[in-house]
Each structure stands twice: as C-alpha cells, then as structure tokens.
Write a protein that binds this ligand. Structure first.
Ligand SMILES: C[S@@+](CC[C@H](N)C(=O)[O-])C[C@H]1O[C@@H](n2cnc3c(N)ncnc32)[C@H](O)[C@@H]1O
Length: 387
C-alpha cells in the first residue's frame, strides 16, 4: 500500500472512531445487564475498559473469625454461577461485547483472583486480545486466612491487554516512571485494600459493597493507559470507583451496573467527586510525544559548531562534528563516520547506543551530554510552534 493510501486509511479510521464516540453518551451509569447494555452502545466508541467481573467464589457455608464473628464475604447472588461452564459462557459473552466497543487501539484491564483469572486469561487469548502484562496487586493489609489451611491470599491479578497484537495501545511510560521516583514502574503494585473513610458504609454501618476497589489502584490503571478526555468503560461498575477516578483525572466514564443499591451509592459518590481543572496539572508528559529534534538541527541553530570535538563521559573516545550532522572518529580500532548513535555503538562494540546521552561537549571546563543542548533547542522550537 502506498504511504498516501495508508495515511488516508488511518485518517478514515480515526474519523470513524470519533463519530462513534460522539454517539456514545458518557459520564453516565447505564442500569441493566452489562451484556445487553453493551450490545446497544456504539461499536468502537471506547478507549479503555476496566472490568472487575464476578469472581465466582463458590463459597460453601459462612466463614468465621477466631472470635466467632462472621466474615463479610462475597456471597451475593451476582457472584453465583452453576458451574465453570456457566461462568465461561458468561465471560465469553461479556468479553465479546466489550471487544466490539473498544477502538482498534483500545486497551482492557480485567481484575480477578485465582478463582477466575486463569479462565478469563485463556478466553481473552482465544478471542484475539493481546496480553501486555499481568499486574499483581499485592495487598499490604490482606484478610488473614482464618482457617489456617492455606497461605494468606494477599494479591489479585490484573490482566492488561490490547484489542489485538496490532493495536497501538496507550501506555504513559514516562508518567509511570515519574510516579515511581524515576524508576521504571514494575508489574507488582503494593496498594492497601479499600478501608477507612474511602470505604462506603450504609446507615447500618455495614459495607455498601463487598468488593469495593481502592481508588489508588484505579488511579494507576487509568493514568498509565489513557489520555486526557479518553472514554473509560466499566461493565461491572459497583460503587463506581472507576468512574470517580476517571472523572478526577479528566477522562469520561461509562458505568454499567444492574443493582439499584450500588447505582445509588455510585451516583452519590460521583456527584461528590471533584475534577482536576488545571490543564497543566492534568497534562501527562511523554517523551514519545515530544517534538523530534534531529542532531543536525543543533548545527543549523548554532547550538554546536561544525568541528566541535565530542567525547564520551570518561573522555576515552572522541569524535569531530561534520557539517552534515555526522560525526567522525579515529579514536577506536578503525576510522568511523556516521550518526551519533552508530559511531557511539561501534566504538563500544555495542549493538546500540543512545548518542544523545553518550556524547558530551565541553563548556567552561565541564562536560555535559549533548542531550542538554537538544532540550534547550526543543524548548525554543516548541515555543516558536505555539506562536
Ligand atoms: C466485583 S464487583 C465490582 C466492584 C467495583 N469495582 C467497585 O469498586 O465497587 C462486580 C459488580 O458487577 C455487578 N454485576 C454482576 N453481573 C453483572 C451483569 N451481568 N451486568 C451488570 N452488572 C453486573 C455486580 O452487581 C457488582 O456490583
């Protein structure tokens, strides 16, 4: 396909996606069975789905603490299925409809425990979802194992997948790294279970919902994999945790839930949720979205002069800057000429090299990576672009 044709088809794709989004009513809770509701919504209108489906816990009898008090377990009707076969059928049905709603580049998160997550994972793979990570939510304050017959069950698993292997899914890598003190965010997240003032309680003092998720978990999920303004759908909305965090973070939400009591609790919670209004605060910076600055531009804009000698930070290798933005080095085994990246890699006998951080220039007796010049030029160019 010619590049013009492929550009046209990408544009047609994104026009269709935005038309579908315009047809979807967002920031609303749809009451009813999520499978039927999803069938009625416009296809390819949702950027991300977070699903916290029934666990199919199959609890037999009540569970008591050592002091004989009854454990508030998940024994609601919505969590009951006759058999694994019935659970699998339900899972396939809701995932089929969910997949139809996702844009081609959309992503999905499904959270579960050992009771259901392996079945869900296999079904997702069979359907063509492309698993990107399984993120472990390690509970810092899990419920003890009262019977003492097994290990304390201290985590849940979240499958993060794109709609297909080809999807250009959203991942805010730099935002996640920034959140984690400039270290790559790992796939094991230690977060406490929902408790204290965040846990919704009824007039009788009992929990409104047995499996209300912590907002901190959704904060990381939504921030990592959506952009400002994106549509986030939760087919098992419960108390609306996904909607509240989406609203705070300037995303649109769509909640599906069948139980009136949960819808009431979620509506009140959403009404009380404040949106972060300041666009500067809400913006997530990604290096990938930054304007590309080729090395040659440093010469054109006078940030480096042809003939400048660059060195690595240990001053072991050196190279001269050519007028065309290549660099020339005779300090290795052979004479080299090429891009900052290629020459850097060849000198170190490495498969690749980030020339921006490898090569340094000297100013006032000190050495600085040429990346500092790139950053200065980028600021200048971006300011000019905005005028
Ligand atoms: C595990 S809970 C989700 C809790 C939610 N993440 C929260 O933080 O409050 C599952 C929810 O899905 C709802 N549900 C179960 N089956 C459903 C269905 N077929 N359609 C719509 N909602 C359903 C249940 O009423 C329950 O609130």
């Amino acid at each position: 396909m010619s590049s013009q044709k492929s550009k046209k088809s990408t544009k047609q794709k994104s026009d269709k996606a935005s038309e579908a989004k315009d047809k979807l009513e967002t920031n609303k809770i749809y009451k009813g069975n999520c499978i039927e509701t999803m069938r009625s919504l416009p296809k390819k209108s949702v950027d991300m789905i977070f699903a916290d489906p029934p666990y199919n816990l199959q609890l037999q009898g009540d569970l008591h603490r050592p002091d004989n008090s009854k454990v508030d377990a998940v024994n609601d009707e919505w969590d009951q299925f006759e058999s694994f076969k019935a659970y699998d059928k339900f899972t396939k049905e809701w995932l089929t409809e969910a997949r139809e709603l996702l844009t081609d580049d959309g992503g999905i998160w499904v959270i579960g425990s050992y009771h259901n997550i392996f079945r869900i994972g296999a079904i997702m793979q069979d359907m063509g979802f492309w698993i990107l990570n399984d993120v472990i939510w390690r509970k810092s304050n899990p419920m003890p194992n009262f019977r003492g017959r097994r290990f304390t069950n201290a985590h849940e698993t979240m499958i993060w997948a794109s709609k297909s292997q080809k999807s250009k899914y959203c991942f805010n890598y730099d935002a996640m790294k920034a959140m984690n003190d400039d270290k790559q965010m790992r796939s094991d997240w230690e977060i406490p279970i929902c408790s204290g003032h965040e846990r919704l309680k009824g007039a009788d003092g009992n929990k409104v919902h047995p499996t209300q998720k912590p907002e901190s978990l959704l904060y990381r999920v939504i921030l990592s994999s959506t952009r400002k303004g994106d549509v986030v759908l939760d087919p098992f909305f419960g108390t609306g945790t996904t909607g509240c965090v989406a609203k705070q973070l300037g995303r649109q939400y769509v909640g599906l839930e069948q139980e009136d009591d949960y819808i009431k609790a979620a509506t009140e919670r959403l009404d009380a949720t404040q949106v972060i209004e300041d666009p500067d605060v809400l913006d997530v910076k990604s290096k990938r979205d930054q304007k590309r600055i080729p090395f040659g531009w440093l010469l054109e804009h006078g940030y480096l002069k042809p003939g400048t000698v660059l060195t690595d930070h240990k001053n072991k290798f050196s190279a001269k800057v050519g007028v065309d933005g290549t660099i020339l080095s005779s300090s290795g085994k052979e004479d080299l000429r090429g891009s900052i990246h290629k020459v850097g890699a060849a000198l170190q006998d490495a498969p690749s090299c980030n020339g921006w951080t490898y090569w340094h220039y000297k100013e006032n007796g000190r050495r600085y990576p040429i990346d500092a010049l790139r950053q200065k030029l980028r600021t200048q160019v971006e300011a000019a672009d905005q005028q």
